[in-house]
Design a protein around this ligand. Structure first.
Ligand code: CJB
Length: 812
């Protein structure tokens, strides 16, 4: 199908000359400038537009193919997307990398220089947001008709720097200079209501009329999401809040009240102003619920609009649509769909409920109680009065079902209710998400099991078949091919082709090469060159990385206790045979998370102390890499020797950094937590450094009365490390950190300390034997093929979404 024929467009060329011509056209006609006067920014934008055009072509063919086949769609609803930088990816996915490198010579600049200007949209916090990005990549790669819906925050995750030894935050005005990857589509604007009251509808018991007290516009823009090795280009559609025309008060303006004249518009636009920078904790702020509802209301109306392009009958809706809720953040979509179907489209309650339940699926990403969202009933009542009525009705019918299944079990009914009755009545979003969906999944085997057996046990008793596991995965294109071109070339050479990029299990073909000395030598050389590029420390030292959000459950403090102990050991025995290490930390702490920021401060202080110490510094170096984001991960991951995955077992739902690092040949030191368990099972116990309590033992220990002080008393090295911290050897915050560890130690850091240090000694034994280490490294890569997000998407598609691919024809 050639969509260009009808409108007489010429085809976009594929040769270097044609590409260069298009690049110059972009510069002249779309940037309005010439080669002679082109700034670096002009060069970047012209290149981005030229690449984007190639994808837009494929996008048009994709849309046509989807329209023609009227398929079942996946709609992924996520409050966060960490898409990463776009230029390099889109060059790869459009196959224009080489011609572009040639063409930009016209500007007298290298492609690398131009790529520097490509800002990553940091529209997420961490793992959950990056997972969303990997899944949309893989859905396109697997030709699944899909749209990712999200919020176009003006300010993404804050920029982090270290000032005076601690974390400082600056706003991330990521699109300040414009974003060439984005298309706005003002015609698809939606109107969203908030506040107000509800009124009866004559002749109906169930329908109500909601009269909102505030109206906000949602304006969509989209970014293209190309598949790799296929023609499909899907989209991520992001909503931006705008004041309506009525929100500008001309009479006040005329009276000179300028601020008052725009205050309503400002209030509206605040909804998409900034991403909440909390990872795994919910603050329960009104604006956050407004964001969530804004996302869901705009997206569902868009989904319905799209459905009605090709379908008439509401009974087909759930056949044609699956809406995946990325954690509880978009759960308000459930009552919103009910409201739209019942109040706006006049469907009966039971029919609407049947459609709704069959439409949604819910992924849970946590086990931390503080991350399970609940909202005060009174907030709901004020902000979303109609939704609260609907939730009450859903809850009443649901509790009748529970009562019928478990007669007389009032305690169970209380536990399962969507409304929590405590000092303050609250809406439990996770309960609503389980009740209103067809499938619920955790993100790694252990996590899914713990969800069934602990947090959501009552629900699993009621509906065992609803609960599933889909282990997370990562994009091999971004996290191997783009991040680690040297290793990618070596893998391709070793395997004979690059089919591993779309079928990552092919990496298993590297296994025989693990024993090949020449291949191992080259493997080592790749790692070394990547370390040189990173420039974090001596490339011959063991590069030990802990890169993730700062959170006490992830236990950066345990890593720090190890470092301090090494510092003490080396000082005591400077002539010892020490393995030189570079310990690299990177990650952000939520700005309001005091304890996590203390740990960052302490890390930097310990780093400075070591650096100033002539005895220890030749062997030990701490690097704190500022402003961890996708782009920085792409630089660190290829250079890592050792991957720190040391959360308390039972706390990390999955982890995905662990997968990225293993795929790039880093060896994991880790607990039996999240996906670590599955990584270890695949790469082999002998290629994984295990330590610590398992989830069962950890839970038992916590219940049985845990005494961190007993570990302190018993272990002289631990005592020395904690004493040094508490005495303020590394600054004043040490006292607080030590008090928290000795007083309560929520995440059993001290209980796992000795086992962790022992495992680190095993690490050093392995490191001293380069042949052994390299073999372990190769086998980690070879057996991590399972952790491709293509496999994750295939699992969702087969078991939860029940969708198939739609092939987009090539342009012939
Ligand atoms: N996760 O990043 C977040 N934010 C949350 O609010 C809750 C969970 C993380 O999601 C990742 C993707 O599933 C997991 O790998 C990770 O364990 C989890 O903490």
């Amino acid at each position: 199908m050639d969509l260009r024929q009808g409108i007489g467009l010429r085809r976009l060329g594929t040769t270097a000359d044609e590409f260069q011509q298009d690049l110059l056209s972009s510069l002249y006609y779309r940037r309005g400038t010439t080669v002679e006067s082109a700034s670096a920014r002009d060069a970047y934008e012209a290149l981005a537009l030229t690449v984007r055009d190639r994808l837009a072509d494929r996008r048009a063919r994709t849309a046509a193919a989807h329209y023609a086949s009227n398929p079942r769609w996946v709609y992924y609803l996520s409050a966060e997307y960490l898409l990463g930088a776009q230029l390099e990816q889109n060059l790869l996915y459009s196959g224009t990398g080489e011609v572009a490198a040639e063409a930009v010579k016209a500007f007298g600049r290298s492609l690398e220089e131009i790529e520097e200007l490509d800002v990553e949209p940091g529209l997420g916090n961490g793992g959950l947001g990056r997972l969303a990005a990997c899944l949309v990549d893989s859905m396109a790669t697997r030709d699944i008709p899909a749209v990712g819906y999200g919020i176009r925050y003006d300010f993404g995750i804050f920029k982090q720097s270290v000032e005076d030894g601690g974390q400082a935050e600056r706003p991330d005005d990521w699109a300040f200079q414009g974003n060439p990857w984005e298309f706005t589509a003002a015609d698809d604007r939606q109107t969203v209501g908030f506040y107000g009251h509800t009124e009866p509808v004559a002749g109906s018991e169930i329908r109500r009329h909601w009269v909102p007290g505030e109206i906000v516009l949602g304006e969509p823009s989209h970014m293209l999401v190309p598949g790799y090795g296929t023609e499909t280009v899907n989209i991520v559609r992001l909503w931006r809040a705008r004041g309506s025309e009525a929100s500008f008060d001309l009479s006040r303006f005329s009276a000179g009240q300028y601020a008052e004249a725009v205050q309503e518009a400002v209030r509206a636009e605040n909804i998409s102003k900034v991403l909440y920078p909390d990872d795994s904790t919910e603050l329960g702020r009104e604006l956050r619920l407004k964001q969530q509802y804004f996302l869901c209301s705009c997206s569902l109306r868009d989904i319905i609009r799209r459905f009605r392009l090709r379908n008439q009958d509401w009974d087909d809706f759930a056949e044609k649509t699956v809406v995946q809720l990325n954690d509880t953040h978009p759960t308000i979509a459930i009552p919103e769909l009910m409201r739209l179907l019942v109040d706006e489209y006049g469907l009966g309650w039971d029919r609407a409920w049947s459609i709704t339940r069959r439409t949604f699926a819910y992924t849970c990403h946590t086990l931390l109680p503080e991350a399970l969202e609940t909202w005060p009933v009174h907030l709901f009542e004020r902000l979303l009065p109609r939704h609260l009525e609907i939730i009450y009705l859903i809850n009443m019918l649901f509790l009748q079902e529970v009562e019928a299944r478990f007669p007389g079990d009032a305690e169970r009914v209380r536990r399962m209710s969507i409304i929590g009755e405590g000092d303050e009545r609250r809406v439990r979003m996770a309960h609503l998400a389980v009740v209103g969906t067809e499938a619920v999944n955790g993100v790694a085997e252990l996590h899914s099991k713990l969800l069934r057996e602990t947090v959501l046990q009552d629900f699993a008793d009621l509906w065992p078949a609803k609960f599933q596991n889909v282990t997370n995965g990562v994009s091999p294109r971004r996290f191997v091919k783009l991040a680690n071109p040297r290793l990618s070339d070596l893998i391709t050479e070793g395997l004979g082709d690059d089919s591993w990029l779309t079928d990552l299990e092919h990496l298993a073909g590297l296994e025989p090469l693990a024993g090949d000395a020449a291949f191992a030598e080259r493997w080592r050389a790749v790692k070394r060159a990547n370390k040189v590029d990173l420039g974090a420390g001596d490339p011959d030292s063991l590069t030990d990385v802990m890169i993730k959000r700062f959170h006490e459950y992830k236990r950066q403090q345990l890593k720090l206790l190890h470092v301090i102990t090494m510092y003490h050991r080396i000082r005591e025995n400077p002539a010892g045979d020490w393995v030189p290490r570079t310990v690299l930390f990177a990650g952000k702490a939520a700005p309001a998370y005091h304890a996590a920021k203390n740990i960052i401060r302490l890390i930097n202080a310990v780093g400075a102390t070591i650096e100033a110490d002539p005895v220890v510094s030749p062997y030990l170096k701490i690097v704190f890499a500022e402003n961890y984001n996708v782009t920085l991960a792409e630089r660190i991951v290829p250079a890592a020797d050792l991957s720190e995955q040391i959360s308390l077992a039972g706390k990390e739902a999955s982890g995905t950094g662990n997968m990225k690092l293993a795929l790039n040949g880093a060896i994991t030191i880790g607990t039996l937590d999240g996906a670590n368990i599955e990584i270890r099972a695949r790469v082999g116990e002998e290629n994984f450094f295990l330590f610590g309590l398992d989830a069962f033992q950890a839970a038992e220990m916590r219940i049985g009365g845990y005494h961190p002080r007993a570990h302190y008393e018993r272990d002289a090295e631990l005592r020395a490390a904690l004493d040094a911290i508490a005495a303020g050897e590394f600054g004043g915050v040490g006292r607080e950190v030590a008090d928290s560890l000795l007083g309560w130690d929520e995440y059993l850091t001290l209980a796992d300390y000795r086992s962790y240090l022992d495992a680190q000694e095993e690490v050093e034994r392995a490191w001293r034997d380069p042949a052994r280490w390299t073999r372990m490294s190769i086998l980690n890569t070879a057996h991590s093929g399972f952790f491709s997000s293509d496999r994750t998407v295939a699992d969702y598609a087969a078991r939860i979404w029940r969708v198939g691919p739609v092939t987009v024809p090539r342009e012939d």
